[in-house]
Design a binder for this molecule. Structure first.
Ligand SMILES: NC(=O)C1=CN([C@@H]2O[C@H](COP(=O)(O)OP(=O)(O)OC[C@H]3O[C@@H](n4cnc5c(N)ncnc54)[C@H](O)[C@@H]3O)[C@@H](O)[C@H]2O)C=CC1
Ligand SMILES: O=C(O)CCC(=O)C(=O)O
Length: 434
């Protein structure tokens, strides 16, 4: 699990400052230093042309002390066991930061889904679940969407589990389509939560009314909904990037028509406004991804993948505030340099927790067999996230530490407290079951 630049090792560096914290026992430190288990599976896929391909997939359960494992499934050609393990560590910390009764898990398949037909994608998604039937479950480990997976894929996966179990087990997966046990509000939840966290921070800094200029790297589920809601809330979204490049407009961009056009042409281009039959396109400048990262904006939003900012490009960053919607978008070397320059980083384990908070609400609704309105989901999301973000911000200010450090302390202390809750002297020799 060392490929991909040792992502897990880089992620675990955040545990080091907690080593002297007397609230974290030696036992807890030791148990938190590696994943509980990482399962690797080979998934045979019958292609439409009759040939057979075999794809490798993983599911990592980092820790399940506070509850069943929870975390998304990623389909990407660069997925490795090391990446999935690192993502499961971040999930464990995140669920504890916002006080959800879940541990941390994550899964993935090394595949470029754009090379598959829809039927091949469905067979692969179902094959992944069949291969992992023994490790997932509503009280064991509960997957959800992540990069290149969506509610349709979650629906196929939940249906495969239902067929294998011989009964409905809605709570096995979250992020499902409404009508199949999905919750209203889950699709936009990550972006909505990230905007709420940014708003709270901006209010604390007395900058709430200043219409900050923002640039957004990553225009998928998380980045798009964030940009759309931020635009509606009065922020000026001046730049947007996806994996192919970026667009920029100083007066601001309207993310919704850009998203609609991207889905017609697969490219980012200027927004189009139509009145009756007359349509006009707004001119935009094209930028590279690196140029977007270096823009002199108030807030740089990272909503793509890990390691967007490393020691190689950190010196070019000019934004005073960075919002991490992606998991692990800044490596440790870059994080240290940003801290030296007093750049505020609102960390992933808090900023992107809106998704898993609404996943928890979906799981609760599945267990109740009754469903809430979208307003009720948004109210519950705002309540939990508001309370937990305030705790992190107050701790950071009181202890004069970075927001990342304060968030990690909040999460790791809660996990350690649960680990020690049964007594540090209890007989413990591995705990891979539910
Ligand atoms: N979907 C969710 O509910 C949650 C997602 N996240 C994290 O947010 C990030 C994005 O996830 P999703 O939006 O769900 O994925 P997605 O697959 O919907 O979108 C990913 C976006 O990133 C873009 N991208 C990829 N490489 C890029 C690059 N080098 N430069 C610029 N853009 C690039 C893609 O073109 C796409 O627009 C990931 O790190 C994910 O783990 C975190 C919490 C929850
Ligand atoms: O909704 C979930 O369970 C997890 C979402 C996720 O993968 C993440 O927060 O990184």
């Amino acid at each position: 699990m060392t490929k991909n630049g040792g992502l897990l090792a880089d992620a675990l560096v955040h545990l080091k400052p907690l080593m002297d914290d007397e609230r974290i026992s030696d036992d807890a430190r030791r148990r938190l230093s590696q994943p509980n288990r990482v399962v690797e599976v080979e998934i045979p896929l019958r292609m439409d042309d009759g040939s057979l391909k075999v794809f490798t997939g993983w599911r990592s359960l980092y820790d399940n002390t506070r509850g069943p494992g929870k975390g998304g499934i990623r389909f990407h050609p660069n997925v490795t066991g090391d990446e999935v393990a690192a993502l499961s560590f971040w999930m464990a910390v995140k669920c504890a930061v916002v006080d959800l009764p879940f541990g941390g898990a994550k899964g993935g398949i090394c595949v470029d889904p754009k090379q598959l037909s829809r039927l091949e994608l469905e067979r692969l998604s179902r094959g992944y679940i069949r291969a992992l039937l023994d490790v997932i479950g509503p009280d064991r480990d509960i997957p959800a969407p992540d990069v290149n997976t969506n509610e349709t894929i979650m629906g196929w996966m939940a249906d495969e589990y239902r067929q294998a179990a011989g009964r409905h087990q809605r709570g096995v997966i979250t992020g499902k389509p409404p009508g199949h046990g999905g919750s209203l509000g889950r699709t936009a939840a990550t972006g909505r939560g990230a905007l709420q966290v940014l708003n709270i921070w901006e209010r604390r800094r007395g900058r709430a009314d200043q219409r900050p200029r923002i640039a957004v790297q990553g225009f998928g589920n998380a980045g798009f909904h964030f940009a759309r809601l931020a635009h509606d809330a009065g922020y000026r979204v001046v730049a947007i990037a996806d994996s192919r490049g970026a667009i920029y407009r100083e007066e601001g961009l309207d993310p919704l028509p850009i998203w609609e056009r991207k889905h017609e042409s697969s490219e980012l281009s200027g927004q189009v406004y139509c009145e009756e039959t007359v349509c006009s396109e707004v001119e935009v400048d094209k930028l590279t991804n690196e140029e977007l990262l270096a823009l002199d904006v108030d807030v740089l939003v990272l909503a793509a993948l890990e390691n967007a900012i490393t020691e190689k490009n950190v010196d070019a960053i000019r934004a005073p505030t960075i919002l991490e919607i992606a998991n692990g978008p800044i490596n440790n070397a870059a994080d240290r340099k940003l801290a030296e320059r007093d750049v505020t980083v609102i960390p992933d384990v808090l900023a992107n927790s809106g998704g898993v908070i609404v996943s928890h609400l979906e799981w609760v609704q599945n267990r109740m067999g009754d469903y809430w309105s979208e307003d009720e989901i948004e109210r519950r999301l705002a309540e939990r996230l508001g309370e937990q973000a305030d705790l992190v911000f107050e701790r950071a200010i009181a202890e004069d530490e970075s927001l990342r450090s304060a968030a990690y302390r909040q999460g790791i202390e809660r996990i350690a407290m649960a680990m020690d809750g049964l007594g540090t002297e209890r007989y413990f020799c591995g705990d891979t079951g539910p």
